[in-house]
Write a protein that binds this ligand. Structure first.
Ligand code: SAH
Ligand code: SF4
Ligand code: F3S
Length: 469
């Protein structure tokens, strides 16, 4: 059964936040500024939005300038070694800031902090880190900061509970057009390579009423694109008292008034049903884009990964979806070089990519994660060889995406304008319903609205276009 943090406990923290406000003012003599940086997945971004909400309650204002900050908080990710290395690099770099400004508070939270060996490393090698808290402790941030300010000692809180849901936390969203909406937390799947079940706890779903209320608020605030978040949204509803599944939740959000698009991630193929595909086809607000990670195109490797579906089952779902959903766009995640994978087995991944024709792919080289099964498996293929396979996959996908983008030429798409382009100040950037990035000339007042854009210039990864009336 899903467990919820008692309302009284949340209120208690809100009261603490008020008293922390005074303590902070005494320490800094001004309105304190917080710099929050987030690594990892959208789930982590959504957590940071709640953490920022709590920081505002404590009287902080947000800053983008790390050198102006009175509190530096890194929300960390443990999914691959590279993600962890980046965190350590950045934390090492703030040591200098702390030296020049001793009252600066440095805090680390998120998935890495849920791992004992990481906490030990921080404790021993990064003595300037003041506060460490794990993925279940966000809502007690006022208590942690108060403890640090009054005891003036390092504070660590990374309890490893079975997983609870804390409702009623304030949320600070700093993006314009798009909003993240968590519908569930944790993961029970234990794919053999993955650290998430260890650092995020057991799978648990929010009540539909809480999700719908948050969706209504998001829509009222003017957001045009809502992404429902969970590690495996297809198993939404398990463990709740109410009888509801993900398809039903989608239908209820689709029925809300307003002009907005609904997306979701991530779907696990083992729990993806025809009912869900039919629901996406029926719901006019559901984006006709599915992100369905397949990880490997080879059945032996899928078995070793503990994914609990076969290549055939995956392709059956894809073919059903292509048949039912007009204009369907598909994206996926792939791991190259799982322990023991041979080149022949990797070729099954290439052939699956060719067969499906993904709009885009997120490709990763296997990274051993402490505590997972795969980290203990013999892994004879050298990294340099895996890097070659990886490049072969990326080249293949690039040619598929280029072909796909070329087919868009001359067609007009409904695009949500998200902001200025990263490539050119003169251009705006948005995404089509199928999640392809499109750049076009237009007035900044269009940011946050739906526009009609005709594709004029397909490039390899993105497309350029022009506004049509
Ligand atoms: N819950 C999602 C994935 C979350 S992690 C799902 O099951 O699809 C995002 C992606 O990171 C995964 O899909 C996988 O492709 C990749 N990943 C996870 N652990 C990894 C590891 N140890 N090495 C390399 N890639 C990994
Ligand atoms: Fe990791 Fe698998 Fe859970 Fe996704 S479903 S978070 S890959 S264990
Ligand atoms: Fe990373 Fe944690 Fe997300 S490990 S990918 S931030 S759930």
């Amino acid at each position: 059964m899903t467990k919820f943090v008692e309302k009284e406990k949340i209120l208690e923290q809100q009261e603490l936040a008020e008293s922390v406000k005074e303590l902070l003012f005494l320490r800094f003599g001004k309105i304190p500024l917080a710099f929050v940086h987030t690594y990892g997945c959208q789930g982590n971004v959504a957590d940071s939005e709640r953490i920022k909400g709590i920081l505002l309650q404590m009287g902080f204002q947000m800053t983008e300038e790390i050198t102006d900050a009175d509190l530096i908080l890194y929300n960390t990710c443990a999914i691959r070694e590279h993600a962890e290395d980046r965190v350590f690099g950045n934390v090492g770099a703030v040591k200098k800031l702390k030296k020049s400004k001793p009252e600066l508070i440095i805090a680390l939270c998120g998935c890495m902090m849920q791992q004992e060996h990481i906490r030990e490393k921080i404790y021993n090698s990064y003595p300037f880190v003041d506060i460490v808290f794990g993925t279940h402790a966000h809502y007690i941030l006022p208590e942690l900061i108060k403890e640090y300010l009054t005891r003036k000692k390092r504070v660590v809180s990374a309890f490893d509970i079975d997983g609870e849901i804390a409702e009623g936390l304030p949320v600070y969203r700093d993006r314009t057009a798009k909003a993240w909406l968590p519908i569930m937390y944790g993961c029970d799947n234990f794919c053999s390579y993955c650290v998430v079940p260890y650092v995020r706890g057991r799978e648990r779903s929010r009540k539909s009423e809480d999700i719908i209320n948050e969706a209504k608020q998001i829509i009222a605030e003017g957001y045009k694109d809502i992404t429902l978040l969970g590690q495996n949204v297809n198993s939404y509803g398990k463990g709740l008292e109410e009888d509801i599944n993900f398809s039903e939740l989608l239908r209820r959000i689709n029925a809300l008034d307003g002009d907005f698009t609904i997306r979701f991630m991530t779907s696990h193929p083992k729990d993806c049903t025809h009912e869900l595909i039919d629901t996406i086809a029926e719901c006019e607000k559901a984006s006709k884009h599915i992100h369905l990670p397949f990880q490997s195109g080879n059945n032996r490797i899928l078995g070793e990964m503990n994914r609990r579906y076969t290549r055939e089952k995956y392709l059956e779902l894809i073919n059903y979806a292509k048949e039912k959903i007009e204009g369907l766009s598909l994206t996926s995640d792939v791991i190259v070089g799982f322990p023991g994978e041979t080149y022949e087995e990797f070729c099954d991944t290439l052939s699956l990519v060719k067969e499906v024709g993904f709009t885009s792919l997120f490709t990763f080289i296997f990274s051993p994660r402490k505590g997972t099964k795969a980290a203990e498996m013999p892994d004879p293929v050298p990294h340099s060889e895996k890097a070659k396979w990886f490049k072969e996959l990326c080249d293949l996908q690039e040619s598929i995406a280029a072909e796909h983008n070329a087919e868009m030429k001359g067609k007009t798409f409904r695009v949500l304008c998200e902001g200025e382009s990263k490539n050119s100040e003169e251009l705006l950037a948005g995404r089509t319903d199928g999640n392809v990035i499109i750049e076009f000339k237009g007035d900044k007042s269009l940011i946050g609205t739906f526009c009609k854009v005709k594709v004029t210039e397909p490039l390899n990864w993105i497309v350029r276009g022009e506004l049509v009336k």
